[in-house]
Design a protein around this ligand. Sequence first.
Ligand SMILES: [Zn+2]
Length: 68
Amino acid sequence: MSELVLTLAAAQGRSTGIWHAVELHRSPSEVDGACEVAVCGALARVDLDTVWDGADEDSCEACADLLY
Ligand SMILES: [Zn+2]
């Protein structure tokens, strides 16, 4: 299995409350609630109950710019 499946998850910054996008390279069950490095480089806690939406006003602009 060499196919790379890229999945985006939403992750919330601890101090800022801003939502970042995190690229999942592991199975979702392994990253839920864990701190991961977001697309923009920030550390954020993954919340699989939330869907990443770059258009949301609480979303990180840097993540959105890098993804779209
Ligand atoms: Zn970000």
